[in-house]
Design a protein around this ligand. Structure first.
Ligand code: FAD
Length: 416
């Protein structure tokens, strides 16, 4: 049976997030974008509202909710923080904790996830390296087994949350991708680890972080770091040795849905702001500019694209719930590749298109800092560039899964 309605529980949940975001996020988002920091008290408040680890089971401190609920929460937060820093922080604290809950070892899950759910620690993704994030199999960070420990060395770049880890009371870390055994291009030599550079309030010296200066999304940091002989207990290994490539790609699928949800929330805000302007700005003998078809038809197109992007997000979220949470035999993890890539391709691209038009509708005012729409433009654009995968990689996945991998084989080269 096809049913395009959210359940009553989902609507109640969405409304409660909306109310929360209106009260605690909307009045602060511009200040946060200017100051370049989400206040720690706000992170705690979001955690207290139960908005981190939503789809993580209750025994690990999560809400025991669903990915549909996580997407609703992220979309609502982005609507009230269109620069998306708080939305991205929230999406990372839902997506990667769920990946750890699905693939991690019991002891590590019990230790890490409750602290993430309570807002005392951060758990993000550490995949990208300076030589190129799209090529996960080309990762150069090496993990060697020495006795009963793993010793990890390498460099990661463009990683969200590097500063927040240092500031949060407990700290936190990443779902980190490393090359096991001999380096070289291979997707069969990758193992994932929960790497915690700051834990129980203590920063490890073998971790050297830097933070970059970015053009948007200022509230959440992006940085790089090196790991030099960073020792990790085997309990922090995520999944089987040399199977990490397949697991991190599943984690990317989960996180990409929430990325698309964030960009849709921000685009909805931009369209609502535009609606106020288009219906009240009057020109040519008192006609609202919405009365010019050059404007209203473009609004209609963009409104439709945002709605379409929303369908992709909630279908992919629903499929994820069926795959991992209720474990429906109808879905396998690889079935998510296509719907998720379409959602991640549509969301950020649509948001960028919306902002490019909305800024023009505001006329010269749109080019001033007083008009806050540029903040959403720059924030959502980060997801057109990269962050959980570049747009071309989404197109590659869609082409591969529709035309067939033999026809589009451009990235699979021989193992070194
Ligand atoms: C704000 C922000 C936050 C981020 N946070 C994180 C994070 O928390 N953790 C993390 O691990 N990473 C993070 N990233 C990194 C992000 O995931 C990468 O930017 C992304 O994977 C692309 O890698 P790259 O930037 O090195 O570009 P490259 O991989 O070098 O790609 C450069 C260009 O080439 C294109 N390209 C590459 N390969 C192909 C191909 N086979 N076919 C067609 N085109 C191709 C890409 O589309 C891109 O346009 C973040 C990035 C940003 C901007």
């Amino acid at each position: 049976m096809v049913d395009f309605e959210f359940s009553e529980d989902e609507i109640r949940f969405r409304d409660s997030v909306r109310e929360f975001a209106k009260r605690y996020i909307e009045p602060k988002w511009i200040e946060i974008d200017d100051q370049g920091k989400i206040p720690m008290e706000l992170i705690k408040k979001i955690a207290d509202q139960g908005l981190f680890a939503i789809p993580v089971p209750e025994e690990y401190g999560g809400m025991g909710g669903t990915m549909v609920m996580a997407a609703l929460a992220v979309e609502e937060i982005a609507y009230h923080d269109p620069a998306v820093a708080i939305a991205v922080y929230t999406l990372l604290q839902n997506g990667w904790p769920l990946a750890l809950a699905l693939f991690g070892q019991e002891e590590a899950k019990m230790e890490i996830l409750p602290k993430v759910a309570s807002g005392d620690a951060f758990f993000g993704i550490g995949s990208t390296e300076p030589q190129g994030g799209s090529d996960v199999a080309g990762n150069k960070t090496v993990a060697k087994k020495v006795g009963d420990k793993w010793v990890i060395s390498g460099e990661k770049a463009f990683i969200s949350g590097v500063r927040e880890i240092q500031e949060l009371p407990e700290g936190g870390g990443f779902f980190l991708v490393a090359k096991t055994e001999k380096p070289g291009w291979s997707h069969t030599r990758i193992t994932d680890f929960a790497v915690l550079p700051k834990w129980n309030g203590k920063i490890r010296e073998e971790w050297k972080p830097t933070v970059y200066e970015e053009i948007g999304r200022h509230g959440l940091s992006t940085g790089g770091f090196t790991l030099e002989n960073f020792e990790v207990d085997d309990k922090y290994r995520i999944g089987e040795v040399n199977k990490g490539f397949y697991l991190v790609l599943q984690g990317f699928n989960i996180a990409r849905i929430l990325v698309a949800a964030a960009t849709i929330g921000s685009a909805r805000w931009a369209l609502d702001k535009a609606k106020e302007w288009l219906t009240t700005r009057k020109l040519f003998q008192g006609r609202p500019i919405a009365s010019f078809e050059g404007v209203s038809f473009r609004y209609a197109e963009l409104y439709t694209k945002v709605e379409a992007a929303k369908y992709f997000v909630y279908k992919a979220a629903w499929m994820t719930d069926n795959t991992y949470l209720t474990k429906s035999p109808r879905f396998k993890p690889q079935d998510l590749n296509l719907p998720v890539a379409m959602a991640k391709m549509m969301g950020p691209t649509t948001a960028t298109e919306v902002y490019t038009e909305v800024l023009k509708w505001f006329g010269a005012y749109g080019y001033t800092k007083e008009c806050s729409a540029h903040r959403g433009w720059l924030g959502t654009f980060s997801y057109t560039i990269g962050a959980e995968g570049a747009q071309n990689i989404m197109k590659y996945i869609i082409a591969r899964d529709t035309l067939g991998s033999d026809a589009v084989r451009n990235v699979w080269v021989k193992e070194e």
